[in-house]
Design a protein around this ligand. Sequence first.
Ligand SMILES: [Mg+2]
Length: 262
Amino acid sequence: MQDARRTSIVADFMNQLSHAPTSALLLDYDGTLAPFQTERDHAYPYPGVVPILDRIIRSGRTRVVVISGRPVHEVRVLLGSLNNLEIWGAHGLEHLLADGTYRQATIDSEILTVLEKARRWAVTTGFASLIETKPGGIAIHWRGLTEAEIEKTHALAQKELTSFAEQPGLKLLRFDGGLELRTARPDKGDAVAAILKESDPNAQVAFLGDDLTDEDAFQALEGGGLSVLVRSEYRETKANAWLRPPHELISFLEQWLSSLSA
Ligand SMILES: [Mg+2]
């Protein structure tokens, strides 16, 4: 994507934002607001992100929402200093509203049974330290392993989890640093669709994400807002703009803030 083109897409959006009655800033967490870390509970946001988000939230003119594959409570801890933040966790299965109200969608018992079988398979295969059990899913993380270990873990997990994912209502997600077997719905696109449905039709909406699971959100926003791939290197995507973190991300958030006060 050419620099001139991506700059003009963002500039047009910011111009419209300054005239919009209301707006929504939807953000993935890992890889978008925060760099990846082997220790997942140390993945704090890039310096400068939190103060700007705080000012955007305090403006009262933008609904700021984090939509993450992580459970809500983890995002809450990593962004601990932000008040009144709305979070959709576990790919949209969990929802924490800005006023503190919490909701979780129910998961079919047959799906839970398959997830438990997959978890037991992973433990007996020797992956206990790589497993993350979360609402509606089980992830195998290999960030920090040697290349040979990653290759072996990936091959084994891919084969076995693919067969679990063939059961109805499940899917296998490849993410940056692992694989996740999880309930097929909701996904991040469902979260974005729910937000769009309750938004003013003239609201300016943007979603920023880095990973393959964010493509559902990009698609849900098609024709209804700005979708932004946040990634050091460009890859094929449904997003209509691209930012390199952290500098272009910070600049985007600064432009957002100044558009609100324009
Ligand atoms: Mg991400």
